[in-house]
Design a protein around this ligand. Structure first.
Ligand code: ADP
Length: 531
């Protein structure tokens, strides 16, 4: 007998603030919180990264008997622990020390040097999560994420069967019941939702690997994981799920084209035609990212309101100046004055340093400048050659640029958002992007690639119909295009204070919280178990 709980389980590899390598962590930390507040029963399932998760962020309440899976001839045991995270979110931890008690989430250099056994690690995680369903009760919805969550749909199907739970007309009352309810339903599986946070990472391995990760042979097919002779975890994940979402409306369209589809555009076009693929914009946690209360920054914004007016610009200027001073004294830079006496605008970067983020082109743009009229603080980790180039820029412009690479530094990231005048994110593609939303909340003007979620969130100065611009969207995402955008913003900053104040206030007024998008996810859950 399958015992279902009226629950939604988020199953994924990261969850902020416990463990975060990028935007996936932010979403797994913040969306469940909003859904819980809306009255849903939500649990977050993550691997138990013992070295990474700080003990004071979790409270473990129960430990359950171990489960087991065979990978080829090799048996692996795993444990299940339940408790709460950050004081309020119910969590299920999948414990397997050989795979998860490591220094990094995916591998070193922001995951660029990936652990060789990542497929085994996240396959074991999927088996652990499904075992947890058998022990704790099956959720009505299993919502999984990215290639590392791609094995879950197959394990769910081979364990509970292909037939999805269905509650015609009753889903809303049951899922949003605010109390725990049990439903008995034999031979049925939970509904499966899959979110693509980044199509650039698909979990591609040799087809031989398929035989080692405890999946039924029937999934060795182009209708699931096989893709032109390779094993593709993300492809299987989307093919075997009931609904597929991605993290912004524009990206949902882009990934159905060969340019952005990374070889899966055909599959995604199919899903779109069937109405299975939707773009739902991510939000940020507006309580955590709040310039008025943020405890990582030295000086909080002296205004506690939701909507700012141009009269508030003075406070914002003050906020920026003070945080710039505090940041500079921490990193050993001195504020430089421009010819008109104003301090040079500060460019901030907080990013993974990979090709897709366009930081290499940004650095090229800066190297080519004659009289570099900015200061810059760059925080990021990723590809060696980009890290080295960023470090070299700081060497050349000793008095203007500070670079910290190879590190994930949450506290410094907050200080950079608070101090920067211009936040640069020249991504070649960007599924949603959270950094630009955070930067706008902290009153930065944005210079961003015109793509995906950046297109959906940044209001472009160059668009004449735009009444409330918050930055520039760069169409030609090369060094010249980036230099052009920086030059435009510099001219406004230095010579047109009215326009600049407007941009800062427009940015700060853009609240990308979760309320609207959480409601869309809620309705999606009702829809798929109604059908
Ligand atoms: P992605 O998920 O592609 O890396 P997003 O913009 O969606 O990009 O999310 C990036 C998140 O990771 C933001 O919250 C950003 O502040 C954070 N981040 C990225 N690199 C670092 C770093 N080196 N140190 C601290 N935070 C970082």
């Amino acid at each position: 007998m399958n015992e279902f709980n009226n629950e939604v389980w988020f199953v994924g590899a990261e969850m902020s603030p416990l463990v975060k390598a990028g935007g996936l962590g932010d979403v797994m930390g913040s969306l469940p919180k909003v859904l819980l507040k809306a009255g849903m029963n939500v649990k977050v399932v993550i691997p138990y990264y013992k070295k990474i998760i700080s003990k004071n962020l979790i409270e473990i309440k129960e430990t359950y008997p171990a489960g087991k899976v065979n990978f080829g001839e090799i048996p692996f045991e795993f444990g299940i622990k339940t408790g709460t995270a950050a004081g309020e979110i119910p969590i299920v931890l999948i414990e397997q020390n050989h795979f998860f008690d490591r220094d990094e989430v995916y591998g070193s250099h922001g995951g660029v040097c990936a652990y060789k056994d990542n497929l085994w690690r996240y396959a074991l995680f999927a088996h652990g999560a499904v075992y947890a369903m058998r022990v704790l009760g099956v959720p009505l919805i299993a919502h999984t994420h990215d290639w590392s969550g791609g094995i879950l749909p197959a394990v769910v199907r081979q364990t509970f069967g292909d037939k999805k739970i269905r509650m015609e007309g009753g889903a809303e009352g049951i899922l949003n019941a605010k109390i725990n309810k049990r439903v008995h339903a034999n031979g049925l599986r939970p509904a499966l939702v899959f979110t693509i946070h980044n199509l650039g990472y698909q979990g591609v391995y040799g087809m031989d690997d398929f035989y080692d990760i405890g999946l039924d042979f029937k999934y060795n097919s182009s209708e699931s994981y096989e893709h032109f002779g390779t094993f593709n975890a993300l492809k299987g994940g989307i093919k075997l799920s009931d609904a597929v979402t991605t993290v912004s409306p524009t990206y949902a369209g882009e990934i159905t084209t060969p340019e952005y589809g990374f070889g899966l555009d055909g599959e995604l076009r199919n899903l779109k035609e069937k109405g299975i693929l939707k773009g739902i914009l991510n939000g940020i946690d507006l309580d955590y990212w709040n310039p008025a209360t943020d405890s990582f920054i030295g000086c909080n914004l002296n205004l506690k309101k939701d909507k700012y007016t141009l009269e508030d610009y003075g406070e914002w200027e003050n906020f920026k100046l003070k945080n710039k001073k505090l940041l500079f004294s921490k990193i050993g830079l001195e504020a430089k004055a421009a010819k008109n006496g104003r301090s040079l605008p500060l460019i901030g970067i907080v990013s993974r340093l990979t090709e897709e983020k366009g930081i290499n082109e940004f650095l090229n743009a800066l190297f080519n400048w004659n009289d570099f009229p900015f200061q810059a603080v760059i925080l990021g980790s990723g590809k060696d050659y980009i890290e080295e180039k960023a470090a070299y820029l700081a060497k050349i412009y000793k008095d203007k640029v500070f670079t910290l690479t190879g590190k994930y530094d949450e506290a410094l990231s907050h200080k950079i958002y608070a101090a920067s005048d211009i936040f640069v994110m020249p991504s070649k593609f960007e599924p949603c992007g959270l950094s630009q939303m955070i930067a706008m909340r902290y009153g930065c003007a944005i210079a961003a690639g015109d793509t995906g979620g950046l297109h959906d969130t940044v209001s472009d100065i160059a668009n004449e119909a735009e009444k409330k611009p918050s930055g520039i969207l760069i169409k030609h995402k090369d060094a010249n295009g980036i230099a052009w955008a920086l030059n435009e913003l510099y001219n406004i900053y230095a010579f047109n204070k009215d326009k600049w104040s407007g941009i800062v206030i427009n940015s700060a007024n853009k609240h990308f919280g979760w309320d609207d998008s959480a409601k869309i996810y809620e309705n999606l859950y009702y829809d798929i178990i109604d059908k």
